[in-house]
Write a protein that binds this ligand. Structure first.
Ligand SMILES: [Fe+2]
Length: 189
């Protein structure tokens, strides 16, 4: 009966976003939210290992500084993500993020053949910004999911991380435009 179906649909949509007390997901969006959280937690942990390699090859002091700051932020983001899991009554867990694995692999490959200097710095910035943009996309989606799901605490935490990622990306653009790219352009091959 159409009336019954409509009523069921309304009940279903009313329950969307409300985490049950036992922590079981109550909607498909909630399930997706949790999967994406696991994915980005894996990615952040992988970055904690990858960023120091970038720092060790970088020569621009500004670049070293911004990567070092972001490494610290990344560690804090892992802690914040644990709080997001807690806010939905879940234990933090990870799921391998193929996209981040690929981005890190690409960065590693580039760094393998790079000689320290402006060109290498420019390559590191390019790789780091690809990573930042992936993170910005993910946190933007996660924040929006949290808002739709009515998960206030999670939304607040994800918004904070998203802001940091955008600022890190902006900082890298500044280092590239103001220092590294012009230097690489003036280096003779
Ligand atoms: Fe991050």
């Amino acid at each position: 009966m159409p009336t019954t179906i409509n009523t069921q649909a309304k009940e279903q949509s009313k329950s969307n976003g409300q985490a049950k007390r036992n922590g079981e997901p109550t909607s498909e969006l909630m399930e997706l939210f949790e999967e994406q959280l696991k994915d980005i937690l894996w990615a952040e942990k992988a970055l904690i290992k990858a960023i120091p390699k970038m720092i060790s090859l970088a020569t621009s002091e500004e670049l070293i500084l911004s990567l070092t700051d972001h490494l610290k932020e990344t560690r804090e983001q892992v802690t914040r993500l644990a709080r997001v899991f807690k806010s939905i009554d879940k234990k933090p867990s990870t799921k391998k993020c193929d996209a981040m694995e690929g981005l890190i692999e690409e960065a590693t490959e580039m760094m393998k053949d790079c000689e320290k200097g402006p060109k290498c710095d420019a390559g590191i910035i390019a790789a780091a910004q690809k990573i930042e943009h992936y993170e910005i996309a993910t946190y933007g989606t996660l924040r929006q999911f949290a808002e739709t799901l009515g998960l206030r605490e999670a939304e607040k935490l994800l918004k904070e991380i998203l802001k940091e990622e955008k600022e890190a990306d902006q900082k890298l653009t500044e280092v590239a435009v103001e220092e590294v790219n012009p230097e690489a352009a003036s280096e003779e091959k």
